[in-house]
Each structure stands twice: as C-alpha cells, then as structure tokens.
Design a protein around this ligand. Structure first.
Ligand SMILES: Cc1ncc(COP(=O)(O)O)c(C=O)c1O
Length: 382
C-alpha cells in the first residue's frame, strides 16, 4: 500500500528564488552587496525593527552578540534547558558559562519563576527561546532583566511572525536572532538575522561580523585599503543567500497563514482526544504564535513506546520529529563539563513529545491524514 508522504518540514523554493540566485551568480558581486541590504530592509520592515543585521546563521548571530558585549570566562548567561544546543553553545563559545533554567510544563518555555534564583554576581544576560513559536513570558522576564541590569537575548529561531503584546518577538528584549535553516518559517539554506533597537550596538555588530574591518567594500576610496580596529569574525551572509531571503520574505505572510490554518485544523481534530495533550496550548491573548509545529505530549504509558509510535507513523508516510531530544544540560558535552543538572519539566517534555508537521508545504487535507494516522497507531498501544 502506498501512502502520501507528509514530510515534517520542507523548504518551499520556487522559480522566483531560482531566478534571483541566477541573477546574483551572473553578476560580479557575491558578498558585500545590495542583496543583503535589501533582505535586511525587508526583514526590518516586516518585524518593525529599527535595525536588522544579516548573519551566516542564528548561532553566529547569538555568538556575535555575546562576543560584542565582551562576555568571557567568569561570566554567566541564564539559558533554557529546553532548547536547541545553539542557545547554550553561543554562550559557551565565548568562554562564559550557560546556567540552565527549567521549563514550564504548560508551554515548554523557560519558567520565569526559576530565573531569579539562578542570578549571581557573575550573571550578565538572560536568553529566552520562544519554544515551538509561542512567546515566552517576556513581561516577567524583561522585568527581571531590568531589575538586575541584564542583557535580554531572544532566540527567535522558531518565532518569525510571533508577537507579544503586539510587538514582534526579538524587539521586547535587547536583541533577537532568527534562523533561516531549511525547515524554518523561511529559508536561505543557511542564514540568520539579528534585530535590535540600539543604534550603537548595531554599529558594533556590523563591524564585528566582518573581521572588525573599518571600511566595507563600498566605502573604500582606494580598493583594498582598510584598517582593522577590533577583533571580529566572518559571520556575513552571502549575496546568494540574501537573494533567496528577499523572495522568501514576499512569501512569508502566506507561509504564516498556512501554518496557522494547518495548526488550527489539526488542533480541532486532535483536541479532546485521549492519550496525549497538545503543545503549545493557547496561553493568553497577548501572545501570537508562529506555529512552528504541534507538539503531542504523550501520556506516560504511551511515551515509553514513542520510538515505535514514530516508526509506525513513518511507515504511514507521516514525518515527525522531536523538539528537543534531551534537555541541553543532559547532552554529553554539557553533562561532562557541568555535571548533573536537574530540569524535570524539560526532561519530561523531551521524553514524551512527538513534533507534528503543520508547515506551508502541507494542505489542510493532510491534517486529516495525520490525525487518522495518529488515532490508528495509538490505538495499538492503548
Ligand atoms: C531554538 C533554536 N536556536 C537556534 C538554532 C540554530 O539555528 P542556526 O542553524 O540558524 O544556527 C535552532 C535550530 O534549529 C533552534 O531551534
């Protein structure tokens, strides 16, 4: 029997992106050019950000921010346990220490109530992740950041289009970093964007994303003549990647609408059924989700069979994933370095979640196929 294949994620790249890439490849400028500036302007306009800075990935963007702020050995940044390892690596790469906070069971977002007790004299920043696209409790967390004079970084890898009290995620804290990895809301193959309000920090980030060179290509009166005024990385985005991003920005509102519609239809098919609960749940009416995916949190008897359930869904053509497979402090690298760190809520979510697709590569009719597949597979294990 053949089934319709429903991948977990799939980039949607059409003739527009191909034409844009071809045009860049036919011209003389592959970096330092107008495409990255146009992409930045378009992202700034979409989010309402005063400054948008393209970078080579979300991880690069977060690392660049900590590097630019001068973080290093002896400093600490509070990060969620329930996240991609990038959120912690960006801190670790500077020599500073990530200090892990547990999640709320209800949303999977960092539990704001646990943050204050983790603050020490060494704490320099708080990083939040908008888990599965639902904004974290930015009101409480911003208050804590302000009270202790800490930088607030929003890891917005899963949250383009997500808003908190009407403001785009990334603009409530001091900076936000987005990812354009292939299965994200929009893609440039690899790529990222920093958004922020502070002009002087934006200038420093632009300098340090390109070696610390004082004059970019376009600003040089004598070709090849520049000075290096600081220690920076090469975290630039190429013109080829930016050209894809410009076309993806045009499609982003349609992508987001389709995600929302798919999420809502899958939600109405699955809600009130037994054996699991759904993440994210509507929390309040001040948070707008970007609907990255739907998390099915299996009840404890079912979660012991998660691998087999995912395998059987795969056999039916239904792609799934796990967000995230282990809390970051339980990943081997961090466990070896920092020892046993308990985060029971993050652990419980990691052990019981099956992430279901709702991306714009799917139609509303695919949601019925996913729901039917789930009912049929779970009935075997109940
Ligand atoms: C929350 C989060 N932050 C950061 C990243 C890393 O993004 P990038 O691959 O653009 O560095 C990811 C990747 O999935 C992620 O889920």
């Amino acid at each position: 029997m053949t089934f319709k294949q429903i991948p977990f994620g799939q980039p949607i790249l059409g003739k527009e992106e191909k034409k844009a890439v071809e045009e860049v490849l036919s011209g003389p400028i592959l970096v330092h050019g107008p495409q990255s500036e146009l992409f930045e302007n378009s992202f700034a306009e979409f989010t309402g950000a005063p400054h948008a800075i393209s970078v080579s990935s979300c991880t690069a963007g977060m690392h660049l921010i900590y590097h630019t702020l001068g973080f290093g050995p002896g400093d600490e940044v509070i990060v969620p346990s329930q996240t991609h390892v990038a959120t912690a690596h960006a801190v670790e790469l500077t020599g500073a220490r990530p200090v892990f906070a547990d999640s709320e069971l209800k949303t999977g977002n960092v539990d704001a109530a646990t943050i204050e007790s983790l603050i020490t004299a060494r704490t320099k920043a708080i990083a939040v992740v908008h888990y599965l696209g639902v904004p974290a409790d930015l009101e409480k967390i911003s208050e804590i950041a302000k009270k202790y004079g800490l930088f607030l970084l929003e890891d917005c890898a899963l949250s383009p289009g997500a808003r908190f009290k009407g403001m785009h995620t990334g603009l409530i804290g001091d900076a936000g970093c987005f990812s354009f990895y292939p299965v994200k809301h929009l893609t440039t193959a690899e790529g990222g964007m920093i958004i922020l309000k502070d002009e002087s920090l934006a200038q420093k980030l632009r300098l340090l994303k390109a070696f610390g060179v004082n004059r970019s290509h376009g600003q040089r009166t004598i070709p090849g003549d520049y000075d290096v005024v600081d220690l920076g990385y090469n975290y630039r985005m190429s013109e080829v990647h930016a050209a894809i991003g410009i076309e993806q920005m045009i499609k982003l509102p349609t992508f987001l609408n389709k995600r929302r519609a798919n999420f809502e239809s899958l939600d109405s098919l699955l809600r009130s059924k037994n054996g699991f609960r759904i993440l994210p749940q509507p929390v309040d009416n001040i948070r707008i989700s970007s609907h990255y995916c739907m998390g099915l949190i299996l009840d404890s008897e079912l979660s012991t069979n998660r691998t087999e359930i995912m395998n059987q869904l795969r056999v039916k053509g239904i792609g799934t994933s796990i967000y995230y497979p282990h809390p970051v402090p339980h990943m081997t690298y961090y466990k070896k370095k920092y020892g046993d760190i308990t985060c029971p809520n993050a652990e419980s979510i990691s052990n019981s979640i099956i992430a279901l697709p709702v991306g714009p590569h799917l139609e509303s009719s695919d949601m019925q196929i996913i729901a039917d597949g789930i009912f049929s597979v779970l009935s075997v294990f109940k």
